[in-house]
Design a protein around this ligand. Structure first.
Ligand code: ADP
Length: 248
């Protein structure tokens, strides 16, 4: 049984909207410390899958477990976030009129329950953690700049840094490299692999060059269930994947 040893366990998850099955018996397992890539055509159910994991949508049937034994279908969004599941949406939502440093500091304070305030004295440990996060997301040299002045790619990294400040055990990342330059895209692959050394990461992406750079196990969804799973070479040579996704 894979459940006790998994960070994320989905089995037979289905959900329908007005009779349309957005997820149709979706099953896959992510191991602790794993970085997993999810691909698939528009409408495959990738967003719905993230919504189910984060408690935004409830499945009609199926099992969704976190960290071996925690039943996510019985918890609401706030409780699931508290458990240590972070989600990065496609569009960056950084505070443009604050500096890069302050954005991370705000995120750190938010984890403490201090509501969006900078009037909280940081400990030496806090400062060290902020510096460490800035290093991870390649923004140390921009720490005193306003977030508004960052490139689109750097804003995405800043938001990843803000999520790291919440110390999630599992990070869900939706299309991080959309709109990034080629250089930012390859840097993002390296960055996510570094992040996955200390937590599990599930990343949804369409950019096949990026997926290839990641070099991790890929799950291809179509019509709400898993079409193929394995290495990028295995998945991209699967006739069903070519027909439903790559060949389009
Ligand atoms: P993807 O992220 O892979 O593009 P989605 O999960 O967004 O796929 O969508 C899967 C299918 O479910 C789509 O056909 C979409 O129109 C439908 N769907 C998703 N959310 C809703 C909703 N809240 N109400 C109605 N239909 C939805």
């Amino acid at each position: 049984d894979l459940k006790p040893r998994s960070i994320l366990y989905l089995d037979g998850v289905s959900v329908a909207f007005d009779g349309f099955k957005a997820l149709n018996s979706l099953s896959f397992v992510v191991e602790p410390g794993e970085l997993r890539a999810i691909i698939g055509p528009n409408g495959a159910g990738k967003t719905t899958m993230m919504d189910i994991i984060t408690g935004k949508t409830r499945p009609d049937s199926g099992e969704v477990y976190f960290n071996g034994e925690i039943d996510l279908t019985k918890r609401d969004e706030a409780a699931i976030a508290q458990l240590g599941i972070g989600r990065k949406f496609q569009k960056p939502t950084v505070f443009e009129s604050h500096t890069v440093w302050d954005n991370i500091e705000l995120a750190l304070n938010r984890k403490r329950g201090v509501f969006a305030t900078l009037f909280y004295t940081l400990t030496a440990k806090d400062r060290a953690r902020i510096e460490e996060i800035l290093e991870t997301v390649r923004l140390t040299h921009r720490k005193d700049d306003y977030a508004a002045n960052l490139s689109h790619g750097q804003k995405q990294w800043l938001e990843i840094g803000m999520l790291l400040a919440q110390e999630p055990k599992l990070l869900l990342v939706d299309e991080p490299v959309a709109g990034m330059t080629d250089a930012e895209t390859s840097e993002t692959a390296i960055l996510l692999k570094e992040i996955a050394k200390t937590r599990s990461v599930v990343v949804v992406e369409h950019d096949m060059g990026f997926i290839r750079d990641l070099g991790v196990k890929v799950t291809c969804l179509a019509e709400g269930s898993v079409l193929a799973e394995g290495s990028i070479d295995f998945v991209s040579n699967d006739p069903k994947v070519i027909e439903n996704y790559l060949g389009r």
